[in-house]
Design a protein around this ligand. Structure first.
Ligand code: GDP
Length: 202
């Protein structure tokens, strides 16, 4: 299930503008700095698949990358960037919500959560919104190479992961699938691709 080809297709600001060829897609989303660009580049095995620019304000698009001519990897704007102007922030959430609710070819949202820190309110809110709206979600924990050991009372990555899952459980009928990853060690890379292949063939 390796990635042979990855082509940028287009940036859209509304769901209607998104590609209409009906290929299945997976949307990557997470807090700014969660490690989304690093992870996507690790998955496609490229140093720089030109993801959304890192500058807040330039990242307000739904970006479609066609993979192996058979599915889309969709890069959504990072959320929770405090320095972005308020109007821009509400705009992002408006169009990403519309995308989640109306994009019929969306197979699963890959919600990225930093496993090296305790659960953040904004991530819990995001996950619970997806659950309450019955949007299929896969939890992708990032930076699992950090916090391998318990030190000075700081929790290990596994403990943060368990805490997060426990906190969102009430919003889902079934516990969402989850994958632990690191773009430093490439942990989880094959698992993500395998999981996507399984979801596509389902
Ligand atoms: P984005 O804003 O979500 O695209 O995040 P980036 O991919 O730019 O990563 C944000 C920061 O986290 C950078 O300093 C990365 O080097 C670091 N980072 C990203 N992924 C990992 C990881 O798996 N392990 C570690 N230790 N650091 C990471």
């Amino acid at each position: 299930a390796q990635i042979e080809q990855a082509d940028f297709v287009k940036s859209s600001t509304t769901t209607e503008q998104c590609p209409s060829d009906g290929l299945p897609e997976f949307a990557f989303v997470g807090r700014s700095n969660v490690g989304k660009s690093s992870l996507v580049n690790s998955i496609v095995r490229r140093k720089k698949l030109a993801l959304t620019s890192k500058k807040p304000g330039k990242t307000q698009c739904i970006n479609h990358f066609r993979i192996n001519d058979s599915w889309y990897l969709v890069d959504l704007p990072g959320y929770g960037y405090a320095a972005a102007p308020k109007e821009v922030r509400t705009d992002w959430s408006k169009f990403t919500k519309d995308y989640f609710l109306n994009r019929s070819t969306l197979v699963s949202v890959f919600l990225l959560v930093d496993a090296s820190i305790p659960a953040k309110k904004i991530d819990l809110e995001y996950a619970s919104w997806l659950g309450q709206n019955q949007i299929p979600m896969t939890l992708v924990f990032t930076k699992c190479d950090k916090r391998k050991r318990k030190k000075n009372g700081v929790k290990r990555a596994e403990e943060n992961v368990e805490d997060f899952q426990g906190l969102i459980r009430e919003f889902f009928d079934a516990t969402p699938p989850w994958i632990m990853t690191s773009s430093v060690t490439n942990q989880g890379r094959d698992e993500i691709l395998l999981h996507m292949a399984q979801l596509r063939n389902y």
